[in-house]
Design a protein around this ligand. Sequence first.
Ligand code: THU
Length: 133
Amino acid sequence: MRKDPCYLISLASEAAKKAYAPYSKFRVGACVLYGDGSVYTGCNVENTSYGLAVCAERNAISTAVADGKHSGIEAIAIFSPDSELCFPCGACRQWVAEFSENAKIIVQDKTGQIMEFSIKELLPNAKFMHDVR
Ligand code: THU
């Protein structure tokens, strides 16, 4: 990996400080790493119309897409100061799969231990972009 997983978690943790989560009080930050070494962060953004909340992961990826990154996610780190362990939701897994079949998902447990999973592990039998004909 082009960057230390610990470093990616620390950026995700910084991003979580910016979360707008007055309803759930569950702050999340994400840091997405691309094959060229670039990183983008995001936090969750909620709304008084609860169902409109957008996850940290998708906000980070959207920022990257707006910067021209249409493929090549190498890894995404997710951190919540309000949870012992924060895995990406199903929708975010599908978003990660859209931009890489080989992305690593990085999370940190309450003891500080970093864990890595592949997107294929966390989203078995995913529909990948190249499946669209
Ligand atoms: N959330 C994220 O941002 N990422 C996750 O991986 C899990 C859930 C947000 C959505 C909502 O704002 C809050 O956490 C509670 O579900």
